[in-house]
Design a protein around this ligand. Sequence first.
Ligand code: DAU
Length: 341
Amino acid sequence: MTILITGGAGFIGSAFVRLCRSATDSRIVILDALTYAGNLSTLETDLKDSRVKFFPGKIQDATVVEGIIAAEGVTHIVNFAAESHNDRAMLEAGSFIQTDVYGVYILLEACRKFKIERLLHVSTDEVYGSIDVGEFTESSPIEPNTPYSASKAGGELQIRAAVKAHGIPAVVTRGGNTYGPYHFPEKLIPFFISRLIDGKKVPVYGDGTQVREWIHCEDHAGGILHALQHGKVGESYNVGDQNERTNMEVVKILLEETGRDESHIKTIPDPRRGAHDKRYSMTTDKLEALGWKPKKPFEESLRDTVRWYKDNEDWWRPLVATDDYKRFIKAFYGPTLGEDL
Ligand code: DAU
């Protein structure tokens, strides 16, 4: 296999690069736009491997995508490239549609032209919307509620149609909330860890009773590789770990592990308004029936993640020092965090 990993310098994409290096003998070609969320320092060790090649560029750019596929003899594509932060999409959703919908279309066109053997598209459980009781299965309706998840659903629908119209050999995975090392410090877990290390307050939306189902990035990457190798064309597979926790439960572990007390919690009016999904939960029976199982225990691995951030300030401090990061934090949290910003 020569795998093109798009978005390979991002959080889950880079975990997948590490996994492919250790668990397969494939050649690995990475295409990444290096937006604020993609970081070459994450790939420092991987880029020393002679099996790995890196190209900067966007999946929306057909010339770049097709040029790489032709020159490198790509046989498989795994698409991690995406705008993925709900809060940024509350401020501006155009870039999400560009990457998460139009970019997927460009990849599908390239699959068609170059007869790619398999496209694995990485999607999210958020396409199902929110569920109060029970669990989503892969045949639950697609009912996204947020500007971000609507863009991911748009990408998935492009794939569904391309499988039917053009016989593109595509498989989709829908991942749960993911945590672990090299996670850009804007999502709940890495954002709060970085602030707590610095003794700052953490902004909990509403009462913090929203429920998320957490999976470690290594398990998420493992589920994607399994679906790439064993999934059936035209099917979707949930990749989760059935670790349901309220946001407040997660925050309390982060407080403990960083040695901070509850005075560091600041509850703020919910900035996601009506687009804030209350609960995500899904069954993973379909992928487990193909022989996959997540391995990492949640609480222990979350504590390890906090320790990773304590030990790897060189990785995240430059990210929180950029003008783009400061601008986003000010625009999104300024009105509610005020002097605690
Ligand atoms: O479920 C999969 C999805 O998980 C992925 O598709 C998304 O790319 C990923 O960002 C994540 O979406 P969420 O919106 O659930 O993740 P986030 O870490 O941003 O928020 C988790 C929960 O924490 C959510 O209920 C909102 C809350 N939250 C988040 C932030 C950043 C806060 O209370 N305060 C915050 O400052």
